[in-house]
Structures are given as C-alpha cells and as structure tokens.
Design a protein around this ligand. Sequence first.
Ligand code: GAP
Length: 520
Amino acid sequence: MADTSLMEKLTSLCKRRGFIFQSSEIYGGINGFWDYGPLGVELKRNVKDAWWEDNVHRRTDMVGLDCSLIMNPRVWEASGHLGGFSDPMCTCRQCKKHFRADQLEEQIAESEWVQSLPWREWPAPVERPEELQRWSRKKGKRLAPNLALVARTDAVWPGLEDRLRGATVERLDLIRMLASDAKDTYELPCPSCGGDLTSPRQFNLMFKTFVGAMEDSSSVAYLRPETAQGIFANYKNVLDTSRIKLPFGIAQIGKSFRNEINPRNYTFRSREFEQMEIEFFCRPGEAEEWFTYWRDARFKWYVDHGLQSKALHLRDHEGDELAHYAKACADIEYDFPFGTSELEGIANRTDYDLRRHQEFSGKDLTYFDDESKERFLPWVIEPSGGVDRATLAFLCEAYTEDEAPDEKGNPKPRTLMRFHPRLAPVKLAVFPLVKKDGMPEFARRIFDEAVGAGIPAFYDEKGAVGRRYRRQDEAGTPLCVTVDGQTIQDGTVTIRDRDTLKQDRIAADAVATYVRERIS
Ligand code: GAP
C-alpha cells in the first residue's frame, strides 16, 4: 500500500532543508528534471564516492571510465536502442496528454477522479447506483469532464444504472463501464480527464539532437540513454591500454537521459538521471558464477549502507521477462513509500553487446586468452544501478519521526534523517552553548580544525541549543559538539549522537579522531 503521507513529508523536508529542488522552479519547473541542493549534492556525491571506492578503488579487477554523453549514432543502432528502446504510449483524444499504456491501470488507480468515486472498497456491492449519478454531476464534472458518463450522461446513465443495480463490481470493470459509450477507443479512459485514449503506439525514449550547424538527418545524434554502451565501445581501448586480464570490470558513473512518457514518484523516474554501471567481462563458462557473485554483492552493498534487508528484495526474472540478449537477470527492489520498485538490475548479457559492436563497427573485439590459447568474445555481467534511485531509497529509509527531550527534559516530537555516517552530507556540527564567555571563539577553532582535517562540518551559534540540535537531526548530521562553560575550564566538550541522543564528554583536541572513527 502506497504511503503518500510519508512521501509528502519527505519531499517537503527535502525542499525545506535543501536536499532536492524542482528544476527551474522559478519558471514553473519542468517535468522529470530535478536539482540537488547543498545537502542533496553532498548526499548524492557520498553515494557515488562509496560506490566508486568499493567497486573500483578497493578491487584489483576493475578500472574506471568516463565517456561522452553523445556518441556516434551507429552505437545506438548496434545496441538496439534505435530500433527497440521504446515504451507503448497512448494519447487522450480530448486533453492530449500522453500515458504509458503498460502503466495505465496503475495511473488510473492513482488518479484523482477515480479516488473520488463513491465506493472505496473493491469489489463494491452497488446498492445505490444513484450515488454514482450524483458523483457524475458534482466531483465527476470537475475531475473527469470527458468521461462518457459525465460528458453524455443522458445517453450513458440509463443503461449503466440497469447494469449496476444489485451488482458487485471490480474497480477497473466499473471504470470501463463509465467510459463505455466511446467508440474506437483504448478500453480504459484517460487517467487525467476521463477522455478517450488512442490505441498504444511505440514511442522511442531517446532524446534527439543535432551535432553541428546543419539540422538535417545527417547530423542527428542522441543523448545516451545508458552509460553501458560507452563501456562496450571502449572495451578494446581499455584492454589495449591497461593490460588488464579476464575476468575484469569497467565501471562508469554518469548522466543518462530518457524521454520518459510519465516521469513520476519524485526522482524515481526522471528524464535526466545518473547511473552507476559495471560491465564485468569474463570467460563464457564462468558467467553464471559471476552473475551470482555480483547479484549478492550488490544486494549486500545496499544493506551495508543502511537499507533494511527486510525492505530489500532480490527478484529473479522469469524466462519470458528476460530481454532477448540476457541469459539471466535479477532486480534488487526496495519498498519505497509509493510501492516496491527496482533499485538496480543485474544481468548476464552474454556476448550480445560485443558481438553487435563487432558486427556494426567491423573491428575485431575478441580476446586472446593466455591460459587457454583461445580467442573469443567475453561474456558480460552487468550490475546497473541508478544514483538518484539509490539516493531516494537512502532518503526514504533515513526519514524517522520519534521523540526527544527538550531543554526542560520534556519529550517533544522530532524528525531525523538516520543516514549511514558514510553517506551523511554533514558529519559534524559545532555549537557554542551561548554566544559569550569565549565559547564562540573556542567552538570556531574546533570547527576550523575539523574542516581543515577534511571533515564536512557545520558551525551554528543562532538560537537555543535544542533547536540547533533539531536542525542537525533533520539534516542527518550524525554528531554534534557543544562548547560549554566546562570547556573553557578543562578543554573538554560534549559530543552528541544523533540516533541514541547519548552525550560523551571528550577532549576538544580529540574531536577529529572521534569523528573519523565513527564515520568510517
Ligand atoms: N544498462 C542497463 C540499463 O540501463 P535499466 O534497468 O534500464 O538498465 C538501470 O536501468 C538502472 O538505472 C535502473 O535500475 C534505475 O536505477 C536507473 N534508471 C533507469 N531509468 C531511470 C529513470 N528514468 N530515472 C531514474 N533512474 C533510472
């Protein structure tokens, strides 16, 4: 069940505290594009840094790559994106909005007019169909003006009333009936206005642009819809320059663009987003083993960074769900407040991509194996994650409401972001208890030392100290240091833990070491 109130509270906190803003908000925004504010950019960077450090720096079988966003369009012919990277789309004949045909039922269920229908529990026993007629004259008129029942009540209502009286109906069946006088339409109505939908047609998700001064077919190019193809296109360059041997991986983090028909669920489905992808090349006979290895390693990575394993699911794709080139695929799914959805996919792509690029480029992409003295195309295991999706999952998981004592010791509600310390945007906040008696100067020194030691820190001397703690709890800062009267006498400070609220007293000059130990 979708928890819309949690999502509303989270998006409001993200805006208020500077995690995520709507892109070009002062001009009314642009659907499917998001900006990360001062706290958000640190959180997202920490997600990427943790991924890079764990998958590239801490391994001996991985190298990195950073490819251009626009590539020779032949890349997308070879990869199959030009021919097949599309979603089925239908369009409302009345309001002209577009919808993904394969997500129509979900969008209808979430739409405002469907949610306002007289019956909430489904299947619904219809004892008083007149409630529906009343709905069509009031809420229906406002929310679904193009629905057949609303737009042509006199023609639709008599037949509908007969069918409904005493019946028990499913929600989608009722919705089809409400739209049922429309001829030549997709069977479900428009989620936005109730109008008639066209039959679905394929819509290619790649953003098109032109390279150079001429805007004609010879200059068409595409913004990359995934980072993966840059890796395949460079596989030979990497082999020739790095002397790396099978099995090995190439990792890349970078922007990808998809002209999604219905961007939704905050940053979950955006039109511009970042991916963190690995193409792991191995001997064909070892691919199954490496697939299992990466599937389990990637699942563990999310748990290690704070996602509860009970909210994470590994879902192996069934045979008929697999892409034609994939031998096996598993999704790591997370229980987002809006439903359980994909965080990352791990696929055994066989030698499909290298074979296609070899065919389209005419270049030999085979690998000569010193061990077996054979030449072959390696197989590829691909763990492919979204930076924005991972960041959103960490935000959702971190959001917590509990109670903490105020200055007088009375319990007061508080909101905190329980980020894993490695991901927290700010690691340490430093406060003087009051703005006098040398405390601000002392606190500033601790703050400057922390920043000088490379610890992301924040200094705050405004307002009651309890309020300052709460602001840091909302930002997800794991540790707060307070300089008080005793500090001036003996050089010790209190250091407070965001989650347990426990306060330790430590030497001021031990702060940097203490913080390092806690956040590593
Ligand atoms: N190279 C394989 C590939 O791109 P994908 O399942 O289409 O596979 C991989 O995408 C990951 O990229 C997804 O699991 C998701 O985390 C992220 N992703 C895909 N489309 C996205 C979108 N529209 N907005 C945000 N993240 C997206």
